[in-house]
Design a protein around this ligand. Sequence first.
Ligand code: OKP
Ligand code: ZN
Length: 344
Amino acid sequence: MKTVYSPLHAGHAGTMELNSGELMPGFEKPSRAEIIRARVESEKLGPILAPEPHDLAAARRVHRADYIDFLPTIYPAWEESGRSGSAIPFTWPTRGLRGDVRPETIDALLGFYSFDAGAPFVKGTWDAIKSSYEVALTAAALVKNGERTAFALCRPPGHHAGDAFMGGYCYINNAAVVAQWYRDQGAARVSILDVDYHHGNGTQQIFYARGDVQVLNLHADPMVEYPFFLGHADEKGEGAGEGFNLNYPMPFGTTFETWSAALDDACGKLAAYAPDVVVVSLGVDTFEKDPISQFKLKCADYPAIGCRIAKLGLPTLFVMEGGYAVDEIGVNAVGVLTGFEEAS
Ligand code: OKP
Ligand code: ZN
């Protein structure tokens, strides 16, 4: 299996995030991608390729143009206003406020285009976002051109980003971009299987009213876990999308026995949908030692996930999302991929 990786992710570093009432170093840090890359090499998964350059046209197919135009202007505007460090929003147009009037100043715009304070910008953030997007599209093309599978080692991740908002370490929704790109390249149906611990609220929002992209999400119950305000089992899609969004919320403490039964059910629904291609939003924050998560999967479970996905027998693109236990992130992420290859 080929991996696509860019060193430009590393400029998105030194970010700060709000946690338990304190501003502290972000969990979504450069070593995550470096450790996965090192494991790809030591496991001899296959060649590691640089991304091809891409303009932002494919991003505009799933994100609002004004949002995509705003992203590269954020850090320059932040610096022009005399600040350094992490650009972070602090006010949002929630219920009772005007979310339909685009404000003019950088602090207001940051809130206008986000749903939380979890997508900080530093100097290298835009270049990292763009490189992550190019990594996803380059890996997508490998599968389109006949490879059975490929691994997009994306950083930053994407599944919390919606049509016009960032949040939860995510800016451009890489999985949504490539799903739409496959449609535009002639795929009739695409399935997105999101196995990250957190609900992929951005992916759900982008495709909620569409029947041509099936979205399946396995995650911690939003009643008690981030992102809190989406991801319940009764969210099944709307209009033409009715029945094409499936959520599997699970309680804190969920072990592989329960989790893999949900995966099995999701794979059954996916097979019945018969997509031309599967995009896996690959998060490994379901791991028992993940510092911000509450599931109990073990290292040995990750190859079994890859094996189950391989049994679908479909062209499959893996897009990296979350996972914060850096000591084991390489073993677990690459474990899914080697499990897939061994069962293929
Ligand atoms: C991104 B992905 C505040 C706590 C909220 C946000 C978690 C984002 C997870 N720091 N943390 O789905 O792995
Ligand atoms: Zn996550």
